[in-house]
Write a protein of this length. Structure first.
Length: 113
């Protein structure tokens, strides 16, 4: 996929649209830039998890996990669901999964070259 080329002859409305999309992309990237949040998203790729499950998977305290989930929720990257006293989280859409697949390919996949 080729990236678009920005030209000097863009109209003001075209430039405003590009800036708006850049702002949304920047907020998304900031949200996933913390290793704890990134790991939470990695675990949620395989499906919905409770806060307790995430605590165990991350070997982290409830307060730390909840803080990171709160930020992901604020940014619209995860969706909570309450079942009794337990709260479950899942990815909000496919954007996170697509980005995580790219991150995995770039940083985690063993080079076969």
């Amino acid at each position: 996929m080729a990236l678009p080329v920005l030209h000097d002859d863009l109209t003001e409305s075209e430039l405003d649209a590009i800036v708006e999309k850049a702002t949304v992309a920047s907020a998304f990237l900031k949200a996933i830039s913390h290793e704890g949040r990134l790991m939470i998203l990695c675990h949620l790729v395989s499906g919905e998890k409770s806060v307790t499950e995430l605590e165990e998977l991350l070997s982290a305290r409830q307060a730390a996990v909840s803080q990171q989930l709160s930020r992901l929720r604020l940014e619209g990257l995860v969706i909570p669901r309450r079942e009794g006293k337990a709260i479950y989280y899942r990815l909000a859409d496919k954007r996170s999964q697509k980005v995580l697949e790219c991150v995995y390919d770039l940083f985690c996949r063993d080079d076969e070259d």
